[in-house]
Design a protein around this ligand. Sequence first.
Ligand code: CA
Length: 230
Amino acid sequence: MSTKATIVIIEDEKNICSFISRILEPEGYRVITSNTGRNGLQHINSNHPDLILLDLGLPDMDGLDIIQNVRIWSTTPIIVISARTMENSKVTALDMGADDYLTKPFGTGELLARIRTALRHAQRSHTHTSHLYEVGDLSIDFERRLVKVKGQEVHLTQIEYKLVCLLAQNAGRVMTYESIITKIWGPYADNDNQILRVNMAHIRRKLEENPAEPQYIFTEIGVGYRMREE
Ligand code: CA
């Protein structure tokens, strides 16, 4: 890694903090740890990190308030670290602008992959977006609005095409049901997931070899969908 990314970890459990530091430092990341929300916000303000790893259950403040505070002035990627007992907050966190989440306990490979994805997306939004998505047998040409599986064109409805594009342009990141519905059907759409699920079933039938075991668009149970990254 030529330019070292700075990562701020806000997590009150010291053993998790040191576990994460031990994983990240050998990879060349500069790591700053905070055990309270207040201290974390100070570090974010003074060090302008490239990424924030945030525990939602903090002793002095709610992690969600940190997301809200940071998002007022910064697009720095935020990966939420949540306990199983905080499943609902996880969705709220994503809707408030967090980029991804990890549920404790998580593995080393998982953590590193999520960090790389979030950093890459942050960088990409500063430069240009790609015109092509190619994974396995699936390819999407955004300019020509062409979707192909094994070289054969797939016919999608307008809505299906918009959904696939949205997920493909955010490949590797989880998109919540609510954020997808808002982006496709508008802010006043009925927040019932049924129409989304129906469309996704159609998309899977068209794109996936076995819709019951998707290779391209994965379901994050209770949260949303994540498209496979290139
Ligand atoms: Ca905690």
